[in-house]
Design a protein around this ligand. Structure first.
Ligand code: PLP
Ligand code: COI
Length: 358
């Protein structure tokens, strides 16, 4: 079961020299998968992880009864690599993704892949695929997808005893087609996560159950779903793939607090940026849906979404039009966006430990 075509370290970087050789139209990339040259694989068997290696093999061969196929025992992460203005390749707070994946694994009865090894795997994959890291200012980034799954056959409902951890990467453009254009979302009648469920971890199952809701939202002409808390349906939770940020009329940045939303690294970073870089008040607290009509600005935040402004929220035919409008981001959202991406791309000095140079 060991991966074929393994290499280690930085070999491969010299084989394909320049970004131009890849002939990628960076400016017109969507958020999609493109096969890159190397991915990292580590297997767990007999109670321990092997040492792991890079491989060129993008295929996975598994038994038909692998736990991941039957009982969805899988979790994942998402982070990005950037080219800075001065030409370095960096990732943003990868230790927090590693920590979150540890928590996801524990909740799903999977063995922990240690966060230090997670960062090492991410580093190796980005290094080996350096030619795919979009240039500074191109508008594109390299999206990195670490994930793990139960790989041996399981038919009674129980955890697998063998696992695979993998990390691949793919260059991406904006998650929403219009880039920074405000989106329209709807309040969703389906729930995303139950109290005491798995909403706070990055389990594949959370996304499987959101697929019907997002397909339906798109069919109805909406870009995303706003999920409310499942117990009372009165508080704002998050979307299928991002947390919310709101800005009050007196410029306080507000983000929903809930045990059943994913603790977004982007959101945590935005709160810090709001307070420490922009001198704004920032609050993490319950956000009653009733309050949404009072906000001046709204947006989604996440690795894929970055900060995507919301222009309109539709609740069963009732429209809430954010004063910031449908043409551009509101002024506070714009400042948060500029500062956060400035930090990520090395234009603005980062807090200690946020930038991991590859
Ligand atoms: N919420 C959900 C459900 C997500 O899938 C994501 C994406 O990772 C986020 C929030 C944002 O998290 P982060 O900022 O760590 O990417
Ligand atoms: C991310 O932002 O990294 C995510 O995992 C969201 C996903 C829906 C693309």
């Amino acid at each position: 079961k060991s991966p074929g075509g393994s290499i280690s370290g930085k070999s491969g970087r010299t084989e394909e020299k320049s970004m131009a050789a890849k002939n990628i139209d960076w400016a017109n990339l969507g958020f999609g998968y493109m096969k890159t040259d190397y991915r990292y694989v580590s297997n767990y068997k007999n109670g321990s992880w092997d040492q792991g290696a890079l491989t060129t093999d993008d295929q996975i061969l598994l038994n038909e009864c692998a736990c991941v196929f039957q009982y969805a025992q899988t979790c994942f992460e998402g982070l990005k690599a950037y080219t800075t203005e001065d030409g370095h390749i960096v990732t943003f707070r990868p230790d927090l993704n590693g920590e979150r994946m540890e928590n996801s694994a524990k909740r799903l009865e999977m063995p922990v892949f240690p966060k230090e090894r997670f960062v090492e795997a991410v580093t190796k994959v980005v290094e080996a695929n350096a030619d795919y890291v979009p240039p500074f200012g191109s508008g594109a980034t390299l999206y990195i997808r670490p994930y793990m799954f139960g790989s041996d056959p399981v038919i009674g409902v129980k955890p697998a005893s063998e696992y695979q951890f993998r990390t691949f990467c793919t260059p991406v453009g904006p998650y929403f087609k219009g880039g920074a254009k405000p989106i329209t979302i709807r309040v969703c009648d389906f729930d995303r996560a139950a109290p005491h469920g798995t909403g706070h971890v990055k389990a594949g199952l959370n996304y499987a159950m959101s697929l019907h809701a997002i397909v339906d939202a798109h069919q109805q002409g909406y870009d995303e779903n706003m999920y409310l808390d499942a117990a009372t349906r009165t508080n704002v939770e998050e979307t299928g793939g991002a947390n919310f940020i709101f800005v009050t009329k007196d410029n306080t940045v507000v983000t929903p607090k809930s045990d059943s939303i994913l603790p977004s690294i982007t959101r945590r970073s935005i709160l810090y940026v709001a307070e420490h870089y922009l001198g704004l008040k920032a609050e993490e607290r319950e956000v009653p849906f009733e309050e949404v009509k009072e906000f001046a600005e709204a947006g989604l935040c996440g690795t894929a979404a970055v900060i995507s402004p919301i222009g309109k929220i539709v609740d069963h035919g009732n429209e809430i039009c954010l004063p910031s409008g449908m043409e551009k981001m509101g002024p506070v959202t714009q400042k948060l966006y500029d500062t956060l991406t400035g930090i990520q791309m090395g234009r603005i000095e980062a807090p200690q430990g946020w930038i991991h140079v590859i």
